[in-house]
Unconditional design. Structure first.
Length: 363
């Protein structure tokens, strides 16, 4: 069955280019277009698309307004935002993701129409496919048809007695928490980070797959909602407890030992890993090297496998690994890869992850 998509944008140019890009993706059908949010809501109800691509800034009713109605009326449709790569665009996009948008892509402004098409195709293709896989996976969850390997791994991890026994036997407490997250991340983080106490006692280093500008807006938004301090990581700054450091978009972030033996943030321009920059694997390896068994790794919602190899290294040094459960993930990709690799100690729903983190840093 084809994935039905509605294209919403106030410019004829972007309605056409997005429609053309989507039409080139197998098993995707563009069922209609809309030039503003009010028309979009009407067509969501009449055409019943699985997914919409939604412009941020439009007349009559903008993208945020559409999302608010979708949330209020519990309309069963996914949303990929189409945003400008600006500070204003990034802040609006953060709000959209908090309201439940699946993901976002940035508009291109290249002179060559063919280059615009290629760039948008490269951005939309994995996200549309990820949303289609999400629908299929949720159907499998409802029907109890999970792959046997995944089912057996989850059964072994999810047993409450096993989890309690593992934590009781673990001698070291964690001196740092490292988090890897992608699609669905901002909405998940506003549920986890504010639930952590202001006296957690350790720093948190975090990779959220996002381009430049957007990670700064994410940090600013989360800082307003959390009792912990949240900021974008800066090269050379000393890691302080009760502070969350978010890797800057377009850069890699790691931890290292600085002057006087203090742990510091290092921001580098090293190459992408898993097509990601920042990459969770890159951060996790450095945490393993610097903190060995005194670390907690957390892998959350997101497409792909970034984080699994880094968690393997952390696990080999005795770190504890927490994964978000399938039911609460927007995309069960990164946690699924870690579970299947056998590196996860604790599986938790979104609303229990904060407590599981606290359990590993306080003994």
């Amino acid at each position: 069955m084809k994935l039905k998509v509605l294209v919403v944008d106030d410019t004829i140019f972007y309605r056409k280019i997005v429609s053309d890009v989507l039409s080139k993706i197998p098993d995707v059908e563009v069922v209609g277009t809309a030039s503003n949010g009010q028309i979009a809501l009407s067509r969501i109800k009449s055409l019943k698309p699985d997914l919409i691509t939604l412009d941020v800034e439009m007349p009559v009713l903008d993208g945020l307004g559409v999302l608010e109605v979708i949330k209020k009326e519990c309309l069963d449709v996914g949303v990929i935002m189409v945003s400008t790569l600006t500070t204003r665009g990034s802040k609006i996009t953060m709000k959209a993701l908090e309201l439940g948008a699946f993901d976002f892509v940035t508009k291109t402004d290249r002179d060559d129409p063919e280059e615009n098409f290629k760039a948008l195709h490269l951005a939309l293709l994995p996200r549309v496919r990820a949303y289609a896989r999400r629908l299929e996976f949720r159907k499998s969850l409802r029907e109890g048809k999970l792959p046997s390997k995944l089912k057996s791994r989850l059964a072994a991890i999810s047993d409450d007695a096993t989890r309690k026994s593992f934590l009781a036997k673990r001698r070291a407490k964690s001196d740092i928490v490292a988090v890897g997250i992608s699609t669905g991340g901002p909405n998940a983080l506003i549920k986890v980070l504010p639930a952590l106490p202001d006296n957690l006692g350790v720093p948190i280093v975090l990779v959220q797959h996002m381009p430049p500008t957007f990670t700064k807006s994410l940090a600013e938004s989360l800082n307003q909602k959390c009792s912990l301090r949240v900021k974008e990581g800066e090269d050379g700054e000393v890691l302080e407890p009760n502070t969350v450091y978010i890797a800057p978009g377009g850069k890699q972030m790691k931890v290292a030992t600085g002057v006087g033996g203090k742990k510091v943030v290092c921001i580098t321009n090293d190459p992408p890993e898993n097509n990601c920059k920042p990459a969770a694997d890159y951060l996790f390896r450095s945490v393993a090297k610097e903190y060995r068994n005194r670390a907690t790794g957390v892998i959350m919602t997101g497409m792909g496998q970034d984080g699994t190899l880094g968690l393997k290294v952390m696990k080999s040094f005795g770190a504890v690994v927490i994964a978000q459960d399938a039911e609460s993930c927007v995309v069960y990709g990164m946690p699924k890869a870690a579970v299947e690799a056998g590196v996860v100690d604790i599986v938790a729903p979104l609303d229990k992850i904060a407590q599981e983190i606290v359990n590993t840093v306080r003994r």
